[in-house]
Design a binder for this molecule. Structure first.
Ligand SMILES: C[S@@+](CC[C@H](N)C(=O)[O-])C[C@H]1O[C@@H](n2cnc3c(N)ncnc32)[C@H](O)[C@@H]1O
Length: 207
């Protein structure tokens, strides 16, 4: 019993520390800045998106980097979906039912420097992508799970402009699903990616 309580407390503290450090991940932030400069200098038209927004901490940085671009914010805003957790359990990945629940869109929007650029797409992805016909310049995929990462890559790579980039978070972190999804997508479509040295081991795809 005491062992179980100690394990639980340790897990809570570790996940809290990961979130604290991940929200101040300088390498991830610098990569975003360099890529935003690159896109600005190439002067290409298109939109920006984040799939997996949670409280908007990375979305806020994205929004600041692209003051003139539409920013789609895709999230259930109510945590993981049962349909995705089923797959995660099957592949031996991570997926706790109550993680990221009870989110608040108003609080997310308050963090945005250019809120008028933001388009909230609340709901389960890929369904929430229906009807979105934009071309994209930069997309951050950060859902932790296999299904939305894999479908996000298919959806956004197809709509990525030449000269655009997709970040996928947690490839080299402890989240097994994101890594498997990146590898499956890359192998199936023969599209290479580059691992980054940020805290949770993102990868970047480009076109
Ligand atoms: C790790 S958090 C995102 C963290 C955020 N990008 C940041 O850096 O602060 C993962 C988010 O993905 C969302 N998510 C997971 N699966 C999803 C799906 N199928 N459709 C929409 N959102 C999903 C969850 O609701 C959660 O808010």
């Amino acid at each position: 019993m005491i062992d179980a309580i100690v394990r639980l407390i340790r897990e809570i503290v570790i996940s809290w520390l990961i979130r604290l450090f991940a929200s101040s991940d300088i390498v991830r932030w610098q990569m975003l800045k360099l890529i935003a400069d690159e896109i600005r200098e190439k002067n290409i038209d298109g939109s920006i998106a984040e799939l997996g927004v949670y409280k908007g901490d990375f979305a806020k940085l994205i929004n600041e980097q692209f003051p003139e671009k539409k920013l789609y914010l895709f999230d259930t805003f109510d945590g993981f979906d049962e349909r995705d957790i089923k797959t995660e359990v099957k592949i031996g990945g991570y997926g706790k039912k109550n993680d990221f629940k009870n989110n608040n869109i108003e609080l997310v929007m308050k963090k945005m420097k250019y809120p008028n650029n933001c388009i909230i797409k609340k709901g389960w992805f890929p369904e929430s992508g229906n009807g979105v016909e934009d071309r994209f310049l930069f997309v951050s995929i950060d859902t932790d799970l296999f299904e939305p990462t894999y479908h996000g890559l298919k959806f956004f790579y197809d709509r990525l402009e030449k000269g655009g980039y997709i970040f996928v978070h947690d490839y080299n972190g402890k989240l097994f699903g994101a890594k498997q999804a990146v590898r499956k997508f890359s192998k199936e479509y023969n599209i290479p990616y580059v691992p980054l040295s940020d805290l949770c081991g993102s990868v970047v795809f480009s076109k």
